[in-house]
Design a binder for this molecule. Structure first.
Ligand code: MN
Length: 230
């Protein structure tokens, strides 16, 4: 039987304006706050607790300051709401391995940021080779990462090259890993895409907010069957 997943990201404290579809597993890819204060995290966790999905998983993003400065307290807030917070760690859900990370490449003075090159490649080396659903706050280079923010005249690919290189390492001809990559952060890249380079992998930019921070994009639903023999 297929498991029904609901993906969203970048709600920036506007989560109460989001109409969530039903599903078994809810996954949020970070930037759930605007200013990242404790009360913002608590309000988001309270809202998640009200949702009917059996399993709820979140990572953080570069806006979610309280999670970076007080990770143990943030984890406790989510635990008490029945939500699993993934900070560079994995969880097995209904036979699927899910790994989540709040890290994005350094850009101005935000949170959960790591320098491009060797430092951020070290984070991505922690992604398990057998990951089924990869959840990172930001996109890989070239996949759902086109931005026109900041007054650029033409869209520019702003994703993480080191994350793309890690995806190439864990790619398998038949036993596809990851089957799904969920992210946000580059809000103009909202939507689902596929690529000849990664047959069988679906890239989901689940940003709810637009580049103008209006929460008008819809959560993205997908279904997965467990691979035969697992
Ligand atoms: Mn972000």
């Amino acid at each position: 039987m297929a498991t029904r997943f609901v993906a969203l990201s970048d709600t920036h404290s506007l989560h109460r304006q989001v109409k969530l579809p039903d599903g078994d597993v809810l996954i949020h890819a970070g930037d759930f706050t605007g200013r990242g204060l404790r009360r913002d995290v608590e309000d988001f966790a309270d809202w998640l607790k009200e949702q009917p999905h059996r399993i709820k998983i979140v990572t953080a993003g570069n806006h979610d300051e309280f999670v970076e400065s007080h990770p143990n307290e943030a984890r406790a807030i989510f635990d008490s709401a029945g939500v699993k917070l993934l900070l560079n760690e994995s969880i097995d859900v209904e036979g699927f391995k899910i790994w989540g990370s709040p890290i994005t490449p350094e850009f101005r003075n935000w949170f959960f940021m790591t320098k491009r090159g060797t430092p951020i490649a070290g984070v991505w080396s922690q992604i398990p080779d057998d990951v089924d659903i990869l959840v990172t706050h930001g996109p890989a280079y070239g996949h759902g990462d086109l931005s026109t923010a900041g007054g650029m005249s033409a869209p520019r690919a702003t994703g993480c090259l080191d994350l793309l290189l890690r995806l190439r390492q864990i790619k398998r001809p038949r036993d596809v890993h990851p089957r799904i990559h969920i992210f946000g952060h580059i809000r103009g890249g909202y939507g689902t895409s596929e690529s000849d380079e990664f047959p069988g992998t679906t890239f989901i930019n689940a940003s709810i907010c637009t580049e103008q921070y209006r929460p008008t994009n819809s959560p993205i639903v997908f279904r997965l069957n467990r691979a035969a023999g697992t």
